[in-house]
Design a protein around this ligand. Structure first.
Ligand code: ATP
Length: 437
């Protein structure tokens, strides 16, 4: 261990103390976890869950175990170092995270979970303290309780920190599944909005009660695990309690976020989406949404097929005035798309949709958010002769009312009053205002 110079303690967990240290050979900063118990035999630690699990994991959202050292019957794990855990970030936070930040955290949690579950493991102790963050990167850590999916139940009851514990674990079912991690992800998603735990139970029973107060009486026919559980029946009795309205307790969450939280926090584990399904949820696909009423999706598809809209981007000519640089782009749409519903799939392989709102010229003030593919992504190329920088990046967010999807975007405004009478749509953005020097 003389290779590692301990700098300071980072955490004192139930299994070990974690230290920040410097690798004196590479000068890299690492985290050293010194396990509290002693290890006298080789097999004792090769069988450790944390080692068995992490050895099989190789994913950017799962903490990397670099080395295991046994010295004087003591065991040290050498991990890549991360600056914070999510609990610290939540605790120190003075204003709520933006939905974009939450999306960024949750995407990584779910990608890590997806990898782990596919590799045949579930974590069982997902909580903010075990999610480590450096800059924008999040990694799942602490696999001390991880379990192989294929391992044989019954599983131990005392699993996972209470606040993030799934009802089937609280109900002491021996047959829980990776869906326990999805429950924890739902509790985490809610907490990222409110900055406090959604179910802060003070005992196991109180934990179940707190869940019951928010989710209401479970439908026992749809929740067979709970049906024969006297613990739950004792708690819920015969009175049917309706669920609270989640937007009332998570007012800063969009409708999409609320829906995902609801799904993840299903009493019935089989109704929770898995990590991949969660990543497909509209909460993670803001760019594809348009905050104005659209027609039936089927109709959209059909209208898309009917009129093959041709979309091209042109750069306008600019005068000598610096303000002429303000407006960068004009969308030219063929008259066949007079009733603009959908411009689908500017680039087939991209999987991106460009959605335009019909009748937008009847609502000239309405902001329409949409994705603008960069020219090389979309296959749409700017004329080679232009020297105007295309300000695709650094687009500010409008302040969004709750429930309205956020998206990096542009607002539609008529470039010239008459331009809308021609089949041209002007795409402008005050964010694009640049000085031409
Ligand atoms: N790789 C790392 N980089 C930076 N800090 C870390 C790292 N690993 C762990 N920590 C810090 O140490 C704390 C405890 O680590 P860990 O959860 O692995 O230990 P534990 O003994 O298993 O804890 P628990 O009581 O939660 O089971 C974490 O919450 C985190 O703050």
């Amino acid at each position: 261990m003389e290779r590692y110079k301990i700098l300071r303690e980072l955490g004192d967990g139930s299994c070990g103390n974690v230290y920040k240290a410097r690798d004196m050979i590479t000068y890299e900063i690492v985290a050293v976890k010194k396990l509290k118990r002693k290890f006298y035999f080789w097999e004792e630690y090769t069988n450790l869950r944390e080692i068995k699990t992490l050895r099989k994991m190789n994913h950017p959202n799962i903490i990397k175990l670099k080395e295991v050292i046994r010295e004087n019957n003591e065991l040290f794990f050498i991990f890549e170092y991360m600056d914070y855990n999510l609990y610290q970030l939540i605790k120190e936070r003075e204003k709520p995270f933006s939905e974009e930040e939450i999306r960024c955290f949750m995407t990584q949690v779910l990608q890590g979970l997806s990898h782990m579950h596919k590799k045949g493991f579930f974590h069982r102790d997902l909580k903010p303290e075990n999610l480590l963050v450096t800059n924008d990167v999040l990694k799942i850590a602490d696999f001390g309780l991880a379990r192989e999916v294929s391992s044989m139940p019954p599983y131990t009851q005392y699993v996972s920190t209470r606040w993030y514990r799934a009802p089937e674990v609280l109900l002491q079912t021996p047959y829980y599944t990776p869906a326990v991690d999805m429950w924890a992800a739902g509790a985490l998603l809610a907490e990222l909005f409110t900055l406090s735990p959604i179910f802060p139970g003070e005992s196991e029973l109180d934990q179940l009660y707190k869940i019951y107060c928010i989710l209401g009486t479970p439908d026992l026919t749809a929740f067979p695990i709970g049906a024969n559980k006297s613990r739950l029946l004792d708690l819920v009795g015969h009175e049917v309690v309706p669920p609270v309205k989640l937007p009332d307790i998570i007012p800063n969450a969009s409708l999409e976020a609320i829906d995902l939280i609801k799904q993840l926090l299903s009493w019935d584990p089989s109704r929770r989406p898995d990590a991949d399904q969660s990543l497909q949820h509209p909460f993670f696909h803001v760019d594809k949404r348009v905050p104005c009423p659209l027609h039936d999706p089927l109709e959209l598809k059909l209208s898309c097929k009917r009129s093959k809209t041709n979309l091209e981007l042109k750069l306008q000519d600019f005068g000598p005035d610096t303000d002429d640089c303000f407006l960068g782009l004009t969308l030219a749409v063929k008259p066949s798309a007079s009733n603009l519903d959908v411009v689908h799939n500017a680039s087939q392989g991209m999987g991106e949709d460009l959605l335009l709102c019909s009748d937008f010229n009847h609502h000239p003030d309405q902001s329409i958010f949409w994705t603008l593919l960069s020219p090389d992504q979309s296959g749409i190329h700017t004329p080679a002769e232009t020297s105007l920088p295309l300000p695709f990046s650094s687009i500010q967010q409008h302040q969004q009312p709750i429930g309205v999807p956020q998206s990096a975007g542009f607002s539609f405004q008529p470039l010239q009053p008459n331009i809308l009478t021609s089949p041209f749509l002007a795409l402008s953005s005050p964010f694009q205002r640049r000085r031409c020097l």
